[in-house]
Design a protein around this ligand. Sequence first.
Ligand code: ADP
Ligand code: ADP
Length: 219
Amino acid sequence: MTISIKDLNKKYGEQWALKNVSLNVDKGEVIGLLGPNGAGKSTLMKCIVGALEPTSGEILVNDRSVKDHAFETKQFIGYLPENNPLYMDMYVKEYLSFVADIRKQTSQSIDEVIEKVGLTPEKNKKIKQLSKGYKQRVGLAQAIIHQPDILILDEPTNGLDPNQIIEIRNLIKEVGENKTVIISTHIMQEVAALCSRVVLLNKGEKLADKSIVEFQGKY
Ligand code: ADP
Ligand code: ADP
């Protein structure tokens, strides 16, 4: 089991963001975490990556408790937060070198990742000069620089125009190959385009967990 979530609850003050969510994700699965705004998608992802402590429940990543092994967990996981805070005044290559340094990666891996996400022609530009689609490529590059075997992508195509959406989806397919991936979205077509399984969240509760084929037949 790559990710195993058991009876997860998260409360912000009096507000329940996750209610008794359980979920098992096997190696190589691509899960679409589908739900409207406020469903709890970001909260669930932040708990999985160890950025947020659940109120109760357990999360195992590669059979280790995220709570007890926060540092190791981060080495297995590549995370693209929603509204990824990029350092807009840095140059693309400079920023990714900085991330690689934190991740203890070689300079060779920086050029490889820049090539992989199609940023080679942009690598000497400042991040703030890039289009939204290219900024998202930088986000994907920072998520994969340490070759994680799990990718957690929070609304990766949100706010992009239709062409950029197609490009980023294709890139996600490429960089997600042979990895375990969870993608959150409020758009059904995104799930259909990318995922093998759908987990439907609403008001913090898991309402459905089905293969994409079953799901499309039912909803
Ligand atoms: P989604 O990603 O599906 O839009 P979120 O996980 O962001 O959902 O939010 C789930 C619920 O928790 C929402 O009602 C949201 O307003 C609330 N919430 C999220 N973050 C916080 C926070 N830091 N403090 C209080 N409430 C929060
Ligand atoms: P999103 O669902 O868009 O990813 P987040 O949950 O990441 O939103 O929230 C963005 C920021 O706003 C975070 O700092 C989060 O803690 C905060 N936040 C979100 N919802 C609330 C809320 N209802 N009350 C207070 N802070 C919130």
